[in-house]
Design a protein around this ligand. Structure first.
Ligand code: KG4
Ligand code: ZN
Length: 352
């Protein structure tokens, strides 16, 4: 079985062909970084236009690289939400057209399910497992019980973790995306020069909060005399910011592991996914916690942690095997929680 996956929900235009025997036959990703960089963040309208002008070329490249024709496909899978709706519509309409034209099953994939199931493509992990999903738009702790079956243990009550990295980087005059820029600067900095709050650390539950930390960084910068806003201060502040985030994440994950063990006594694995999973400091913290708790820790390779279409093709395959095929009138969803029973956070994603 082979599935074509399409991803256009954020600032990557991507297409990939994956087979049921866990082979990635192609994985083409075109980043729009250069289009958005001058604005210090993603501009939804620019993203949607860039998807329109490049998606068909990316799909052709994915099919050519996989060296197959449309007749060899068993389904078309596409991110149908959550995400920037203009981009999601571009992907969904394209996938529907291919499905209709080639008489193929159409599979609407939740982008978060793509991230959640990647580890089954890369490492053949069995259900259930505990997942920390950390990206520019999402910060969630989930028990992955099965395909289409999730229990959310926690999420952010305000900013997403990657957003906190990006906004902090912007305040410090660093480049976009902020995560890699902060990690690089932090390597030259020293921890302990600044006092920053640890939002929700030591509190019950598995939720996250980052907006207070962001404000604390802003206040710290404002208190520095003009002549003190020198590179070493920026490096030190990055080191403290990154270390603080890792500490908070560690605290929340430790609580989630306790809940996971209660809920799934036979669960053995902690998985991290999403762009922020590239951060070595956070990964080190997670690795230590997993070791203390006698859990296996897995982080998929970087190129499969950040947005890509192989994860969408794979989630499509998993859904196809479970007969979860969608109708061609499926409406794209800007918001689409993996766990429909999880409470809505009224201030999450509110720009500040
Ligand atoms: O998963 P992703 O590629 O896109 C989505 O948001 O869906 O994640 C992008 C986010 C950005 O906020 C970026 O700053 C962050 O991941 N990021 C990092 C690192 N690399 C990327 N954050 C911290 N440390 C990194 N090394
Ligand atoms: Zn993502």
């Amino acid at each position: 079985m082979k599935v074509l996956g399409i991803e256009t929900s954020c600032d990557e235009t991507a297409a990939s062909v994956v087979s049921a025997d866990r082979m990635i036959l192609s994985n083409i990703v075109r980043s729009q970084l250069n289009e958005h960089a001058p604005f210090g963040g993603i501009v939804p309208e620019i993203a949607a236009r860039a998807h329109v002008s490049t998606l068909d070329h990316i799909i052709t490249e994915a099919m050519d690289t996989a060296n197959i024709s449309y007749g060899d496909l068993d389904a078309v899978a596409v991110t149908a939400g959550p995400g920037l709706i203009g981009g999601v519509i571009v992907g969904v309409m394209t996938a529907k057209a291919i499905a209709l034209g080639r008489n193929l099953p159409f599979i609407a994939v939740n982008h978060l399910e793509g991230h959640a199931l990647t580890v089954r493509l890369t490492d053949n992990i069995k259900f259930p497992y505990l997942l920390l999903l950390v990206s520019g738009g999402h910060t969630q702790l989930l028990i992955v019980k099965g395909v289409d079956s999730y229990k959310r243990l926690g999420t952010t009550i305000d900013d997403a973790i990657g957003e906190a990295f990006d906004k902090t980087a912007r305040m410090l005059g660093l480049s976009y995306p902020g995560g890699p820029a902060i990690e690089k600067a932090a390597r030259r900095g020293e921890i302990g020069r600044f006092i920053l709050p640890r939002p929700l650390k030591g509190r019950e539950g598995c939720n996250f909060s980052f907006s207070g930390l962001k404000t604390a960084v802003r206040n710290t910068i404002e208190k520095l005399p003009d002549d003190k806003i020198i590179e070493q201060n920026i490096n030190n502040l990055c080191a403290d910011f990154q270390n603080t985030v890792a500490e908070v994440v560690g605290d929340r994950v430790a609580n989630a592991i306790l809940e996971f063990k209660k809920y799934c006594p036979n669960g053995t694995t902690l998985v991290v996914a999403g762009g922020v999973a590239a951060n070595s400091c956070i990964k080190k913290k997670l690795w230590q916690i997993a070791e203390n708790e006698k859990l296996r820790f897995i982080a998929p390779p970087r190129e499969l942690c950040t947005d890509n279409a192989a994860m969408i093709a794979w989630a499509g395959l998993e859904r196809l095997k479970n007969n979860l095929v969608d109708r061609l009138d499926f409406a794209p969803k800007p918001r689409w929680p993996l766990d429909p029973n999880a409470p809505v956070m009224p201030y999450a994603g509110v720009k500040s």
